[in-house]
Write a protein that binds this ligand. Structure first.
Ligand code: ARG
Length: 607
């Protein structure tokens, strides 16, 4: 049950009756929102201003008329008008209590399955294999996985597809390295390691700087030789194709531990190589349908406006076309992405295709989407779910070492180490003031370190509005204060500790929830927050912005600490109150666990 939707539906008939222009009703409804200041109410309807303008009436009068026109209901207290015409809305305590009982017995905590289930294909992660994982791919993996989880939770069909870069120049480097510098014994013993060594070794010989893209690396003889190996592979040279096939399992093996550690499973990994056999047909078909054109020996598709700028003047002010077949006959990243659209559309018949890819590729996707629509995929809702860059503390693109590329595993190791360290400091501080502290075994410590460390990296990423750049600050993200993973994981464990310490079985709170008694404002605010979960999940998918869930988690945590300070649970004044409070505590833990799970982050029962 989405509270906001419910409140809006109370207003809808009244707004429709009063609005002179029915087309404006959705905008008026959108002006009903959670209250920005809890002192004024739970929600506020700010629609009287715009409506007053349209009607040529005073907003205050319009607000009163709207209130008078609301249907009788047991959701809202009588609304009040404030200032120039704000309508403040407060939920009835009985409604809150009943709604809490409803979510308590619902495994999905009030989140209803979508009324319009759709099929989504989500393009996520997309690392270039045989190379160290770039932080951009880390963001794509984390944000993409959160979207997969949230959309599935709502009942959509979701197909995750990892568009691996498994056909690029890095294979030329490996082929060259393998042919000229391999250590056979090492390759037999541990191909993963030997390939990684060869990659680094050849880049060193070719003097490609760390982080530099090999495609852009100069024309020295070694890079030229590597590129020739790539061309031979693409042309189907049997030796190179056979070698590529031997390398691939090892390359995928390099990625496996990272996904495992990030707790990310992607349904498919149809990489660039998969589309290779389809590329010639794509170009021919687009030429035949007059979507693509020959231009100076190459084949191009027009920009999103449908233009292939010709004159220098045009080239200056228009977006460029995209090449889909180079003069030498080679296909491009764009060709592959067009083949991918075709394959996905025909195989999975999706309603929506999401591309979770960094902002620098915006133009690439804009062009692809526009031309794919003309090509016959106009029914697909294409969305580039773009994200900004991770920055270092110096506010430059993040890198652990020179060059913008990081070794992700060591970063996760650092996060785990720091996470555990801070956890232990925190425990020591609490022990020092006489608190009872959980004393984990070594195995439990390892588990805490991993859950807290990886959680910290993911949570920090997901707590940013994805479109903005953010500073990667490992100290801050592993912190136990503020809106961090560890804070939420603690909050969860502390909720569970109450049940353990009181030796109370949770089951009955989920099957036969006791009546909620609202005796203190902190209880009321907490109940309201818990009920907002479905609304937040809906908003997070509406714009594909998982950070709304972290904002929400923080709100829940704040309401919970207000509650915890003011409302004794195990020592509540009466058995009814104790039960009611235990129910709220159980729900806090469930909401945290569920919300954080939608972000792909785990909790531990004790910490
Ligand atoms: N491998 C690409 C890169 O590193 C990302 C792939 C994104 N997905 C796509 N369908 N193009 O830039």
């Amino acid at each position: 049950m989405n509270l906001l939707t419910q409140i809006r539906s109370l207003f809808e008939p009244a707004l429709a009756a009063l609005a002179p222009d029915q087309a404006k009703v959705p905008d008026l409804l959108a002006a009903i929102k959670p209250a920005s200041n809890a002192d004024h109410g739970d929600y506020q309807a700010n629609c009287a201003m715009a409506l007053g303008k349209a009607l040529g009436q005073k907003p205050q009068d319009v607000a009163k008329a709207l209130i008078a026109a609301l249907p009788a209901n047991d959701v809202l207290e009588p609304p009040t008008v404030a200032g120039p015409g704000f309508i403040n809305l407060r939920l009835k305590p009985d409604f809150l209590a009943k709604a809490i009982a409803e979510i308590a017995t619902d495994p999905k905590l009030g989140v209803e399955p979508t009324k319009k289930p759709k099929t989504f294909v989500i393009d996520l992660s997309g690392p270039n294999v045989a190379k160290p994982l770039h932080v951009g791919h880390l963001r794509s993996t984390i944000i993409g996985d959160a979207l997969v989880r949230i959309l599935r939770f709502l009942g959509h069909t979701v197909i995750g597809d990892n568009h691996l870069g498994d056909w690029g120049t890095q294979f030329g480097i490996l082929l060259y390295g393998y042919k000229h510098h391999r250590d056979d014994a090492a390759f037999t013993a541990d191909p993963v390691r030997e390939l990684a060594r060869l990659y680094v070794h050849v880049r060193g010989l070719a003097a490609v700087a760390e982080g530099e893209d090999e495609d852009g690396a100069g024309d020295n003889p070694i890079m030229t030789a590597c590129r020739e190996e790539t061309s031979r592979l693409h042309a189907g040279d049997p030796e190179n194709v056979a070698l590529w096939e031997t390398f691939m399992p090892a390359c995928l093996e390099m990625l496996r531990p990272i996904y495992e550690r990030l707790n990310v499973k992607i349904d498919h990994a149809l990489g660039e190589s998969f589309y290779n056999p389809m590329l010639a047909c794509v170009v021919d078909d687009m030429l035949a349908k007059k979507i693509a054109f020959e231009s100076k020996g190459a084949v191009v598709i027009p920009n999103a406006k449908g233009v292939v700028p010709q004159t220098e003047e045009e080239q200056k002010k228009e977006e460029p076309p995209a090449i889909i077949r180079k003069r030498d006959g080679a296909f491009t990243y764009t060709t592959t992405d067009l083949a991918t659209v075709q394959y996905r559309a025909e195989t999975w018949k999706p309603d929506v295709m999401l591309y979770v890819v960094g902002a620098p590729q915006a133009l690439h996707f804009k062009t692809i989407f526009a031309q794919a629509r003309r090509w016959g995929y106009a029914d697909v809702d294409f969305q580039h779910v773009q994200f900004g860059s991770m920055l270092g503390k110096d506010r430059k693109i993040f890198s652990t070492r020179k060059g913008g590329v990081i070794e992700l595993m060591s970063l996760l190791d650092d996060a785990a180490r720091l996470g555990l360290q801070k956890y232990e400091e925190n425990s020591a501080a609490r022990r020092a003031v006489g608190h009872k502290v959980f004393e984990p075994t070594d195995a439990e410590k390892r588990e805490i370190a991993e859950v807290v460390g990886t959680g910290a990296v993911k949570y920090a990423d997901l707590s940013q509005n994805r479109t903005t750049d953010y500073v990667f600050d490992i100290e801050k993200m592993t912190g136990t204060d503020g809106n961090t993973a560890a804070y939420m994981q603690y909050a969860y464990a502390r909720c569970r500790a109450i049940f353990r310490e009181g030796e109370i079985d949770t089951a009955r709170f989920r099957t036969h929830p006791p009546a909620v008694v609202i005796s203190h404002n902190a209880e009321r605010l907490l109940a309201l927050q818990l009920l907002r979960f479905p609304e937040v999940v809906d908003s997070a998918v509406a714009d594909y912005v998982p950070h709304l869930l972290t904002t929400y988690l923080w709100d829940v945590a704040k309401s919970y600490s207000g509650f915890y300070e003011n409302c004794p649970v195990l020592k509540a004044e009466s058995p009814e109150l104790k039960d009611s409070r235990l129910l709220l505590v159980d729900l806090v833990s469930r909401v945290i666990k569920q919300a954080i799970d939608l972000l792909g982050i785990r909790v531990v029962e004790r910490m």
